[in-house]
Write a protein that binds this ligand. Sequence first.
Ligand SMILES: [Zn+2]
Ligand SMILES: [Zn+2]
Length: 255
Amino acid sequence: MAVRFASLGSGSKGNSTLIDDGDTCVLIDLGFSLKESVRRLARLEKTPSDIDAILVTHEHADHIHGVAAFARKFKTPVYLTHGTYQPKQMGELPKLNLISCHEPFALGSFQVSPVAVPHDAKEPCQYVLSSCGFSVGVLTDLGHVTPHVKACYRDCNALLLECNHDLEMLQNGPYPYPLKQRVSGDYGHLNNQQAAELLTDMNLGGLQKLVISHVSEQNNLAELAVSAVEPHLVDWAGELIVADQHEGIVWTSLS
Ligand SMILES: [Zn+2]
Ligand SMILES: [Zn+2]
């Protein structure tokens, strides 16, 4: 079976990505309540018992809100860095796996490569998952693109890429000044232009799907994100998708 992926929702109110190769099914983050997570999984024809593991990127609520409750209820293994696991916040987890940002590991039929990213969390990482000759990269919640990030994501066949804000909308928008500084800072979130620039370093010949992700409802519009990345995708034969906060994205397959 082919590698496929879907999103339960993407944005500052909750994030979760599903990646499945027919043998192993993994969630990256779970930023929704337990009930909402189960409901959104059902929309993608999955039940909690189908989930083999949850990989966590960092401890911000839009990524971990449902992780501990889900893991306790369904005995789901959780993988996260030492810094991201905060016992006071998450409590006991039945199958806890502490990982290093710099050591790839096998998870069922997937090879998982954590990638250290610059973000204002304790020990954040993002992930590239590979199986059957395909790799899917999730890259959100980083303030800038480092050479390490470029190298790790260059050959992805699918990329879920943060286009958090349009810089002008953020600057003219309703956020208080310190929050504007945080979001646009080196340890905040990628704006549309920064995301677009990453594409110049990608091996676009191998990239089949690009998913515009973690779009701010306050400080961005899907159209602005699309028009920022499109000039970098001239002659590209892949599919451009926008992930939604409420609907996520439907199952999308690599072949
Ligand atoms: Zn986030
Ligand atoms: Zn974050």
